[in-house]
Design a protein around this ligand. Structure first.
Ligand code: ARG
Length: 591
């Protein structure tokens, strides 16, 4: 995904240097790409591993090389001089270990402070992307399953936005389909005065859904009326459209409460939006010879799959798949998106696999998965309860999302009160705790989700995520607040200091922190390429550990190194702030 060079990315820059060396060292092997990895030994920050692979190829030809070691030596000798490399050494086995120049590291950090963290953003070759996430279903409550889609989707959108991609954040809500006939008919029956009553009349929409389903399953007259209602709704009959809208509006308000709390921005374009496009889109696919008739339905056969993709049901109706084909067409052609990313749990893998395959055969998407226009299904595992089972309340219902957020917030508030136990809290002070408890509580929920590899299921452990030690948002937020307080305590105007001061490393812990700061570009680029937010979480946790190491070994305020160290603190603050922003977390300057 990354075509242009990325300025901040150390690995990329080293790759460029070694590519130059390879061209000189082995001019007859033009296809060899530099292999650079992070080195965790004392003797190197990075290493180049090309010699091992090259040697067997060179051995077959007459060259001046005598073994892996001698290839490595030549790679080292032919390396163009550069400010960033302090020294290289050839290790047993043919590794070239690279030590970066500490001055260069310090200078690069200072440069970022001057030019902004945006200069460390990955350069992606796409201009516009659609992220299809959250996407709950009308008349049903958002549950923890939608939590992952919402949180991971928001972060993926933010990662791309940071990389200067224009992101269309799409909420593909389930607002269409046969269940609406049943709901509308039930509305008419139970609330004859529905047109004049307000939303509260229906009250709990989920209970309403269940009651109408019960009626639908037990009364054949009702069932028939419901089926006719679908036809009338889809035919655009006014009264039915209006009832449908009212039902959708109630759900929408409920969803919006959750988005507002989580600070997630989304634009709703539900299934109904794409409905008018379906006939035309299916005709396009038909013209390409993709659509066939099978057992009364219209289908697309996909190689390697047992069942075909049904695009028109036997009763002539459209379905989830036909809607997704129309949505994909619309996003590519009307919205001119080059990359379309869908977030749902792993159970929909097969569905998206088939839709994408059909779109590739139609020539809408590039046949190569990593070329644009491109579509990806970003699937994720389940959220489980402490018992390891799928999360449910006692009544075996799914757990409403809003309850979890409430609990995280109140848990945080209790912890904050406990922290200041030796003080008397006034009513007013307790009120002031509210926004902090909210910021920390929601951050805890988000981070506990994002830090896992999204493909695995995880156990929702409330106590653990609110712990202020270990790999938790609470710990990270405290680390951030500590940095802010150090800077504040110094009384220094950082923006002035940036212009006149410089960063110089005198201790190892400073170098370790400095190098970790520079690796932000690598981490975010890796996270963006394969859409794994946990890569960024791991980076952020590592950064706060490196900061703790620095802070426990290097006094800041009141030392000869104060200004250099303050700039290092500020750089850490800036990078952490950016990571928090991408993870959808609001950092606090004081806790
Ligand atoms: N409404 C669906 C569900 O709750 C998710 C929709 C995902 N997006 C899409 N374009 N199919 O399972």
């Amino acid at each position: 995904a990354l075509d242009e060079e990325s300025v901040g990315n150390l690995k990329k820059q080293l790759e460029k240097l070694f590519a130059a060396s390879l061209r000189v060292t082995v001019p007859d092997e033009p296809d060899v790409e530099p292999i650079i990895t992070v080195c965790d030994k004392e003797s190197g920050d990075y290493q180049c591993n090309n010699a091992m692979k090259l040697w067997p190829r060179l051995q077959r030809k007459a060259t001046e090389f005598t073994g892996r070691q001698s290839v490595a030596q030549a790679l080292k000798n032919n390396l163009p001089t550069s400010e960033m490399v302090e020294s290289c050494s050839v290790e047993q086995g043919g590794f070239v270990n690279i030590i970066l120049s500490k001055q260069w590291v310090a200078k690069s950090i200072h440069k970022m402070l001057m030019d902004g963290i945006g200069t460390w953003a990955p350069k992606l070759s796409v201009k516009r992307a659609v992220v299809d996430f959250s996407s709950p279903n009308i008349a049903k409550e958002m549950h923890v399953g939608h939590l992952r889609s919402t949180i991971i989707g928001d972060t993926i959108a933010r990662m791309l936005e940071f990389s200067n991609v224009e992101v269309l954040r799409r909420n593909h809500v389930g607002d269409w389909g046969t269940q609406f006939g049943m709901l509308i008919e039930f509305l008419f029956e139970t609330f004859p005065d529905w047109e004049n009553s307000n939303d509260q009349a229906i009250g709990d929409l989920e209970a309403f859904y269940k009651a109408s389903k019960k009626r639908f399953d037990s009364d054949s007259d009702f069932k028939e009326r419901a089926q006719q209602a679908v036809v009338k709704l889809q035919g655009g009959e006014k009264k039915y459209r209006k009832a449908w809208q009212q039902i959708c509006e109630i759900s929408r308000k409920g969803f919006e409460k959750v988005y507002e709390r989580l600070g997630v921005r989304l634009e709703e374009k539900g299934e109904s939006f794409y409905n008018p496009y379906i006939p035309m889109v299916l005709e396009l696919l038909n013209e390409k010879g993709l659509v066939e008739e099978s057992e009364g339905a219209h289908v697309i056969f996909i190689e390697g799959k047992k069942a075909p993709l049904i695009v028109i049901k036997r009763d002539g109706g459209f379905n989830y798949a036909s809607t997704d084909l129309a949505a994909l067409w619309y996003r590519l052609n009307e919205e001119k998106a080059e990359w379309i990313i869908y977030l749902t749990d792993a159970s929909q893998r097969e569905h998206f696999d088939m839709v994408f395959t059909a779109a590739k055969r139609a020539g809408w998407l590039s046949a190569q998965g990593n070329k644009y226009p491109r579509a990806d299904h970003i699937h994720f595992g389940l959220v489980k309860g402490e018992d390891g089972k799928r999360m449910r309340t006692r009544s075996t219902e799914v757990v409403p999302l809003i309850n979890l957020l409430d609990k995280a917030k109140s848990g945080c508030k209790d912890a904050l009160i406990l922290r200041g136990q030796d003080r008397e809290w006034t009513e007013e002070e307790l009120m002031q705790l509210e926004p902090n408890a909210e910021a920390i509580g929601y951050a805890a929920v988000k981070y506990a989700d994002l830090k896992n590899n999204r493909e695995t299921s995880y156990i929702y452990q409330e106590k653990q995520m609110l712990n202020d030690k270990g790999d938790t948002a609470v710990y990270l937020l405290y680390a951030y607040a500590r940095i802010c307080s150090i800077i504040k305590k110094s009384g220094t105007e950082i923006n002035e200091l940036k212009k006149v001061g410089s960063i110089e490393f005198t201790k190892d812990a400073e170098c370790v922190l400095g190098l970790h700061l520079l690796r932000f570009a690598e981490a975010i680029e890796e996270a963006c390429t394969n859409l794994y937010p946990n890569v960024l979480c791991k980076y952020l946790y590592g950064l706060s550990l490196a900061f703790t190491g620095f802070y426990s070994g290097c006094q800041v305020v009141g030392t000869a190194e104060e200004s250099s160290r303050l700039l290092l603190c500020e750089a850490t603050r800036v990078v952490m702030e950016q990571c928090f922003h991408i993870l959808g977390i609001t950092p606090l300057e004081r806790i």
